[in-house]
Design a protein around this ligand. Sequence first.
Ligand code: CMC
Length: 430
Amino acid sequence: MVQASPKVARLLIDDKEIDLPVISGSGGPDVIDVGGLTRHGYFTYDPGFVSTASCDSELTYIDGDAGVLLHRGYPIEQLAERSDFLELCYLLLNGDLPCAAKREQFVNNIRRHTMVHEKLKALIQGYRRDAHPMAILCGVVAALSAFYHDSLDIDDAQHRLRTAHRLIAKMPTLAAMSYKYARGEPFIYPRNDLGYAENFLHMMFANPCEEHHVNPVIAQAMDRIFLLHADHEQNASTSTVRMAGSTGANPFSCIAAGIAALWGPSHGGANEAVLNMLAEIGHEKHIDKYVAKAKNKDDPFRLMGFGHRVYKSYDPRAKVMQQSCHEVLNALGVDSDPTLRMAQRLEQIALEDSYFVEKRLYPNVDFYSGIILKAIGIPVEMFTVIFAVGRTPGWIAHWNEMIGGNYRLGRPRQLYRGPTRRDYLPVDRR
Ligand code: CMC
């Protein structure tokens, strides 16, 4: 719970003094409540929301300078080592870790919601054969709103929770369907006897003609990838979900908005962009040339998988992912993969280069996730889809927290720089 502290921030504009309340949370910088500024005839100006806390939340805490990430207070490193994705979903949604009985009930609940309506097949089949799976995922998740609309009361906490369970359960099914469609292979139904990540990999790689067994090393790596992506406070896609949700819109369409925001290469699209970049670099001998391009102000090229808006030290998820990456590559016997060698060399060069050191640009989670996903045989165009499956509990937990609390319509203002009032001229006088 936030509480008003006795502190105030005093703003002096010309000779006018404006007192603004300062609010402390349970961690992170205090915030200045600027909500009352409009009464004095001012807006705040913060493009990219670099210094703006858009809401209060109890889900996730990040200290970007210290490289700390906590979900409901638990460090990501402990969760990655000792928990699993579904338990983290429960934690994000409910606030505490489940006891054994609650855990089992939750897992069963998710298992029982994995199927999607048969009509969604027809929707997917309407896409171009070469459609990007993110385009398909965005469309079909929005389409879920048509199946759950009249029956869904967003003001009912039980309805909201059921929506969260449905989404977490159906995302892997829809993600795998988007892949199967592009391959021209039949859709594989979910199997409720398999674990969450295992079931996803089964739906991706099985076919109706033969038995398919998922390698447990790969299933565990996939579960960890989902877990490491589960939530990241008010990032671009989560803020998009909240913004759409603040209008009272159907939650499935709000999540579709989040998926659209995730797709871009500055956000979730970076894992795909990392692999494309490594393919473009092609060989270790070209790395220096590409590092020079990334440092050149006149060149739009950036090192994908490096830098973060919040982390100005090592992204703690990247550390766990890096360790996971080595374990998986060893277990699969592909540790001499040339792409991986190139990635390691690139990381080493960038970590020592003064440009990256001074700007505090470290490898982020997408740098390593791309490499692991490649090693376990996931096609590059599915990388961001996998990020979306992992981020679903975060999106829906933020939506739930917002709708269940005190929220207002999200409606930012602007600094207007367009023409001032002018009169319309008939076409012959322009
Ligand atoms: N390569 C080269 N230079 C960079 C990079 C990079 N990857 N990232 C930032 N810079 C430079 C940038 O040019 C700027 O320099 P200057 O101060 O001289 O103008 C400075 O560092 C600050 O960058 P910024 O763009 O103002 O910082 P931002 O907080 O707006 O951007 C970012 C953060 C993640 C968009 C950016 O670092 C980037 O484009 N990285 C590559 C894409 C990427 O890996 N994205 C995944 C982010 S983590 C997962 C997720 O959130 O989904």
